[in-house]
Design a binder for this molecule. Structure first.
Ligand SMILES: Cc1cc2nc3c(=O)[nH]c(=O)nc-3n(C[C@H](O)[C@H](O)[C@H](O)COP(=O)(O)OP(=O)(O)OC[C@H]3O[C@@H](n4cnc5c(N)ncnc54)[C@H](O)[C@@H]3O)c2cc1C
Length: 462
C-alpha cells in the first residue's frame, strides 16, 4: 500500500512540529516518565562534591547527590537561589517572571517536578499575533498570508538542513524569506533562544530543532510562580550564599575552590554550574583548561539583555494574544497575563535581547519611551503612551553573576558544547544550560539534564 506523505502543513502544524510556540494544553494529569537518560548507579564514591552556582542546574545536582547520601555543598555567589528563574510578587495581580516562564515539552524531570508540585497550567489555546505588511495577523489569517506561508515553509525546512553554517538572517534571505516577515523570524528563532537572529548561526538553531527530545508543547503556569513551584523543592539543600568562587585549583588530588574573599574549600570533585558568561572571565582554573573546553567557553555566546514590564490601564491587543511580534526596537512582546493568569490582562513584557538590547541602550530615547512609541506606531492613536500605568525594568546585564539571557551558538560554534561532556581528570564536571549537547540548551529542563549527567559522571568515575 502506498504510504501517504503529508507535504503541506497549516501554520499551527508548523509551529507545533518545530516546538515554536504552541501554548500549553493539559494533556492529562498522568505523571510522565522521569529523565531516564542518566540513571544513577550504586555509587562507590564516598568523597565530597563542591557545586559552583545555585541556579537550577546546581540545585538539581545537589538534590540528586543528597538523594544518594553523598556530601556536597552548593556555593552561590548571590543571596538568592534560582539564577535565571526569578519570580516577583506584588507588582501585578499575578507573579511576574523576569527570567524563564515557559516549560517546553514534558519528557523530562522538570515536568514531573512541576506536576508533582501541583502546577496548574494555562489550558486555553492562545495565539501569536504578528504585524506584517501593515496589518495585525492572527494565526488563522497567517496561514493564508503569502509572506507568512513562505516563512513557515522555511522554518519547517530547518528540520532537514545540514548544510553550511552561516548567519541566520543571511540564511533566511537566501531561502527567500520576505523582508516583511524577518521580524517574525527574529522573534521566533532569535528572541526565543535568548538573542537575535542577526548574530546567530543557522546550525545553532537547527541543532536545537533537530535534536530536542523534550516534546513541543509550551506550558505556562496559570497560578503561582516558577520560583515557588520549582525552588520550594530545593529548600533543604546545603547552600552557602554570597560565596562567589573565583578560582578552581585542580592541580592536586583534591580540588580547592577559592572565593572572592580568599576563603578555601576542599572537595574531591566539583561541578561547575555557573553561566557561560561568567566562565568567560570571572573564574580561573589551575591548571589551565584543555584547549577544546576553553574554545567552547570563548566560542559559545551569551549576550546581555533586559525585560521591560509595561502595565496599561486597558488592553489594546486581542484577548487571546500570547505574543505580539513586530518590526522596530523590540521584536517580541509577551502578553504576560493571558490565559486567565491575570484578571485584567493589561500588561506586556518586552524582550530586549541580543542586538535589540544593544539598540535600546544606544538609542537617543529612554527605553520605556521608545517601547511605547513602537507600540503606538503599531496600534495607533498613542494608545500605549496614553494608557501606561507603570513600567519596571529587569536588566540581566546588571546581574553581576549572570550577565545575560541564554547561551546561543554564533556561526561556527554549533558543535563546541560537546567539550563539556567529559569530566576533566575525573575531578571537574560541567553543568548548566550552556553545556547541554542534545538540543535543550537555553532551557530549564536542559540545565537539569546536565546536572543529572554531572552527578552520574561523579558516581561512575570512581
Ligand atoms: C529572560 C529569560 C527568559 C527565559 N525564558 C525561558 C523559558 O521560557 N523557558 C526555559 O526553559 N528557559 C528560559 N530561560 C533560560 C533558563 O532560565 C535557563 O536556561 C536556566 O534557568 C539556566 O539555569 P542554570 O542553572 O544553567 O544557570 P543560572 O540560572 O544562570 O544559574 C547560575 C547560578 O550561578 C551563580 N554564579 C555565577 N557565578 C558564580 C560564581 N563564580 N560562584 C558561585 N556562584 C556563581 C549565579 O548567581 C546563578 O545563581 C530564560 C532565561 C532568561 C534570562
Amino acid at each position: 500500500m502506498k504510504q501517504e506523505i503529508k507535504t503541506t502543513y497549516s501554520r499551527a502544524e508548523v509551529i507545533r512540529l518545530l516546538g515554536l510556540g504552541v501554548p500549553g494544553m493539559i494533556l492529562g494529569s498522568s505523571l510522565l516518565s522521569s529523565c531516564t537518560k542518566y540513571p544513577l548507579p550504586d555509587s562507590k564514591f564516598s568523597g565530597s562534591v563542591g557545586i559552583i552556582g545555585g541556579g537550577i542546574a546546581g540545585l538539581y545536582a545537589g538534590y540528586l547527590l543528597q538523594l544518594q547520601g553523598i556530601p556536597y555543598r552548593i556555593y552561590e555567589a548571590s543571596d538568592r537561589l534560582g539564577g535565571r528563574i526569578f519570580s516577583e510578587d506584588g507588582i501585578l495581580d499575578h507573579s511576574v517572571e523576569w527570567g524563564a516562564s515557559i516549560i517546553e515539552g514534558e519528557n523530562h524531570a522538570l515536568f514531573n517536578l512541576m506536576t508533582s508540585n501541583g502546577a496548574q497550567w494555562i489550558d486555553s489555546p492562545i495565539q501569536d499575533y504578528a504585524f506584517v505588511e501593515g496589518y495585525w495577523l492572527s494565526e488563522e489569517i497567517m496561514k493564508d498570508q503569502l509572506s507568512m506561508k513562505k516563512l513557515d515553509e522555511v522554518i519547517l525546512g530547518l528540520r532537514d538542513y545540514h548544510g553550511a553554517d552561516m548567519n541566520a538572517n543571511l540564511y533566511a534571505s537566501n531561502q527567500g524569506v520576505p523582508a516583511s516577515t524577518l521580524p517574525v523570524w527574529n522573534a521566533r528563532l532569535g528572541i526565543r533562544n535568548g538573542a537575535t537572529t542577526d548574530i546567530m548561526g543557522i546550525l545553532g538553531i537547527t541543532s536545537k530543532i533537530q535534536n530536542a527530545s523534550s516534546g513541543t508543547t509550551q506550558r505556562q503556569l496559570r497560578n503561582g510562580s516558577l520560583s515557588s513551584v520549582i525552588l520550594s523543592s530545593f529548600q533543604d539543600l546545603s547552600i552557602q550564599y554570597q560565596t562567589p568562587i573565583t578560582t578552581v585549583d585542580y592541580s592536586n588530588s583534591q580540588v580547592v575552590l577559592t572565593d572572592s574573599t580568599g576563603n578555601f574549600y576542599n572537595h574531591d570533585k566539583v561541578i561547575v554550574a555557573a553561566p557561560i558568561s561568567i566562565l568567560k572571565s570571572q573564574i580561573n582554573f589551575n591548571p589551565a583548561l584543555p584547549s577544546n573546553v576553553s574554545s567552547a567557553i570563548n566560542g559559545i555566546s551569551m549576550r546581555p539583555g533586559m525585560q521591560v514590564l509595561l502595565e496599561f490601564n486597558q488592553r489594546f491587543w486581542e484577548t487571546d494574544a500570547r505574543r505580539l511580534q513586530m518590526d522596530g526596537l523590540c521584536p517580541n512582546f509577551e502578553v504576560i497575563g493571558s490565559g486567565g493568569r491575570s484578571v485584567v490582562n493589561h500588561s506586556l513584557m518586552a524582550n530586549l535581547y541580543g542586538t535589540a538590547f544593544e539598540n535600546a541602550q544606544a538609542g537617543p530615547t529612554p527605553v520605556v519611551a521608545a517601547l511605547l512609541q513602537q507600540l503606538d506606531n503599531h496600534f495607533g492613536n498613542s494608545i500605549a503612551s496614553n494608557n501606561l500605568v507603570q513600567s519596571k525594568v529587569h536588566d540581566w546585564s546588571q546581574d553581576q553573576w549572570i550577565q545575560g539571557i541564554q547561551s546561543y551558538s554564533p556561526v561556527g560554534a554549533s558543535t563546541l558544547r560537546y567539550a563539556f561532556v567529559p569530566s576533566i581528570e575525573h575531578k571537574i564536571s560541567w553543568a548548566g544550560e550552556a553545556t547541554h549537547t542534545e538540543g535543550h540548551h537555553g532551557t530549564i529542563h536542559g540545565a537539569m539534564e546536565t546536572a543529572a549527567r554531572a552527578v552520574q559522571q561523579i558516581m561512575t568515575e570512581v
